[in-house]
Design a protein around this ligand. Sequence first.
Ligand code: DAK
Length: 258
Amino acid sequence: MSFVQSSQEGSILTLTLNRPEALNALNAQVLADIDRALDAVDLASVRCVLFTGAGEKAFAAGADIAAMADMTPEEAAAFSRRGNAVFRRIETLPCPTIAAVNGYALGGGCELAMACDIRLCAENAVFGQPEVTLGITPGFGGTQRLMRLVGMGRAKELIYSARNVKAPEALSMGLVNGVYPAEELLPAAKKLAERIARNAPLAVRACKAAMSEGVDLPMDEAIDAEVRAFSGCFDTQDQKRGMQAFLNKQKNIEFQNN
Ligand code: DAK
């Protein structure tokens, strides 16, 4: 049995953390199951991956505190490396990812959402990095990704104070891109995923690669990343399809992933 449910509709793959009795807390098995689900992503047919949580209360309430309570520093380092490796895989997945945050996204749950390209949330969502209240630091990328998303000052305030942020504030600081009534969250996330999936998939992936690579580079090197992404598109049939369709005034073109 897996703690991650995988279901594909068309080219949209939804991965649902499925451990609702512990608010989808991330233990070693959940991380291994996410890793396995990522192994199974077939980029020939998947154009966007959605992450969400089972149940009405939580996306993920963090790393599993019971599992961490008695870890030695060596075990903690291994757990952190493991979680970081899985989240980095999510972040570097070639196709776009969307977190549909349906409730608590605390600690590792917030970090999982931040490893995705785009975050949408339900009105009941709560974000936070409560680790310092437990005597630890964020361990799955929170000290690094939060400041990149909301700026250094806000990230430091939230991480040092362990203050939780509700959906409207998360929206105002750019941590999420949209807030929806709970029942409209998944449909909205799927609608966005479908809109992304209608575009040339290799071009979308090249945009992701250029932005992900460029964000930490000096501008001249970042622009080189864009030149590589842009020129690479001219090796694809989809560039020819897309431009010919425009020139022929043809609408609703189907891109082919090549
Ligand atoms: N871990 C394990 N179990 C959890 C959990 C968690 N993070 N969060 C909730 N649960 C479990 C509860 O223990 C409870 O289980 P039972 O008692 O029913 O068996 C069940 O889920 C329902 O939770 P509550 O009864 O507490 O539900 P409430 O609605 O009253 O409260 C809550 C919801 C989300 C406010 C509350 O559960 C809560 O505060 N949860 C903990 C949130 C939290 O502190 N999360 C951050 C975890 S720390 C690192 C690696 C990773 C990390 C750090 C370092 N290294 C190795 C360096 C990451 C750390 C974290 O994510």
